[in-house]
Design a protein around this ligand. Structure first.
Ligand SMILES: Nc1ncnc2c1ncn2[C@@H]1O[C@H](COP(=O)(O)OP(=O)(O)OP(=O)(O)O)[C@@H](O)[C@H]1O
Ligand SMILES: [Mg+2]
Length: 476
């Protein structure tokens, strides 16, 4: 069964778009994390600049004995140069104040104390400025340049907020540009290094899978020395292996087909010859009487061989059709067919419990049992009187997660030649007239059922075990 064919993902659902999105996301995240402290520092500098002008103004206030005596024009100039509505100067318990004519709304005053300069206070102050009422009055408090002097500036918060917004816009534009430039640069680099070669590999795999017998679809590795180069070389090797294997398989299949045809005709010809030989056997001539049986058995053997080769080609290809099957009945039928049941010399015991029911293909498993039982009978018959009480038995045991059906005899055991090629089709036979297919077919069928066919150790005779998974058990 073939898996569903895949298609190459488009440029926008594949790796590239994921890569770009990730890069831009990460850069923007980093920018946001960096943005807050930068903005806080910007605000602190801005306030510091104003305070510095305030300090200079305060120096002037400090120098004159009576502020009230200063001309209005001068104090207004001092205040506008600091951008402030009022400046308070405190020193040694005394304070001086100059202010513009415009009134201050004291209910909306917010204090920025420049003596507290830790990062968290600065960041929360900056956020406060950005998001609070824009009409607030700001009170900037800082140290003057003389010992324990204090300067306070009162001013509208609006210009600070506007400068901070402008600054944020700038940062935003710069961040987006950096993200875009980095993303494009990384995209091209990653495209060249990974995405393009991976797309080439993917395309090749898809194309090769469609036509694995077309040698021009085998990938031509580039000269890269990195992991992708290795992948390309390995893929090329795998594809050319697959290509040769498929070609070989096709040749073998063609040959098999030809053999099957020849074999089929041969069997028909032999069957006609058998009919003739049957008639020859009825002739009275004593010479003919002596030779005819030999001719008949030879033809029988040849036909049997042709038939089993045909069966091998035809039958083992079909997958098993599982159905609940009573094993004891299956064994009894197979024993009958193998001419073991009621055999004059060989004792047969069917010890499989009647209640053992497995989900198997009865036809195929019957064939397995028949092959094993026939082998046992043939071995015991060939041994003749060498075995005192020839006996064949079938038992079934169940333990944990397996069910084992064993076919055992007390015959001569396996010949070394048979042992060497056991389960190999056409190779395993060690008896005259054997095809060497029985065990190969038996193993193939057992494995198609998810089980195993093994030769078990036994001091005398031969014992084959069919080991099936307990999942095949049908419980009443
Ligand atoms: N119970 C057994 N006792 C002794 N030898 C066995 C036994 N079962 C199998 N063998 C040996 O294993 C060989 C292979 O068995 P297998 O059934 O595969 O082929 P075959 O019996 O020779 O031919 P086929 O079954 O195709 O007609 C046999 O020729 C025989 O020598
Ligand atoms: Mg056999």
């Amino acid at each position: 069964m073939k898996a569903e064919r895949s298609v190459l993902p488009s440029r926008f659902s594949g790796l590239s778009i994921k890569l770009i999105a990730t890069i831009i996301g990460v850069i923007l995240l980093v920018e946001i994390v960096v943005y807050l402290p930068t903005l806080a520092a910007f605000r602190a500098n801005w306030l510091d600049d104003r305070l510095r002008v305030g300090v200079v103004a305060a120096r002037v206030l400090d120098a004159v004995p009576d502020v009230m005596a200063l001309p209005r024009e001068l104090t207004d100039r001092l205040l506008t140069s600091a951008g402030a509505n009022a400046i308070v100067y405190r020193r040694q318990g005394q304070s001086q104040l100059i202010e513009l004519a415009s009134p201050i709304r004291p209910d909306l005053v917010v204090t920025a104390d420049m003596r507290q300069a830790d990062l968290m206070t600065l960041i929360s102050g900056a956020l406060d400025t950005l998001f609070a009422d824009p009409d607030r009055t700001l009170r900037i408090v800082g140290e003057g340049d003389l010992d324990d002097s204090l300067v306070e500036l009162l001013m509208s918060e609006r210009p600070l907020r506007q400068d901070m917004l402008a600054y944020s816009r700038q940062i935003g534009i710069v961040s987006l540009s950096i993200a875009a430039i980095t993303a494009v640069a990384l995209y091209f680099m990653a495209s060249y290094l990974f995405i393009y070669p991976v797309r080439r590999l993917t395309q090749n795999m898809l194309a090769f899978r469609q036509e694995p017998e077309n040698a021009s679809r085998i990938i031509v590795p580039s000269f890269r020395r990195d992991e992708i180069g290795t992948v390309e070389r390995e893929l090329a090797a795998m594809e050319s292996d697959l290509f040769s294997m498929l070609r070989q398989r096709r040749h073998l299949a063609d040959l098999g087909l030809a053999v099957a045809k020849i074999n089929h005709d041969l069997r028909n010809t032999l069957t006609s010859a058998q009919l003739l030989s049957d008639q020859v056997a009825t002739l009275d001539d004593p010479k003919v009487q002596r030779l005819a049986p030999r001719l008949v058995t030879t033809l029988d053997k040849a036909i049997g061989f042709a038939q089993s080769v045909l069966d091998y080609g035809r039958e083992t290809a079909a997958p098993p059709v599982m159905a609940p099957t009573v094993i004891a009945t299956l064994v009894a039928d197979a024993a009958f067919e193998a001419r073991l049941a009621g055999h004059p010399d060989i004792g047969f015991t069917n010890a499989t419990p009647q209640e053992l029911v497995l989900n198997v293909d009865a036809g195929q498993l019957g064939r397995v049992l028949l092959n094993l039982l026939k082998n046992a009978r043939e071995a015991l018959e060939a041994a003749g009187s060498a075995i005192a009480a020839p006996e064949v038995s079938v038992t079934a045991t169940q333990d944990g997660d397996t069910v084992t059906i064993a076919v055992a005899d007390n015959g001569p055991g396996l010949a070394p030649r048979a042992r060497a090629n056991l389960f190999v089709a056409f190779e395993g036979s060690a008896r005259a007239g054997g095809t060497g297919l029985g065990l190969a077919i038996a193993r193939e069928i057992t494995e198609a059922h998810g089980g195993r066919l093994v030769l078990a150790d036994q001091p005398q005779g031969t014992r084959f075990e069919l080991i099936f998974p307990a999942s095949l058990l049908v419980r009443p």
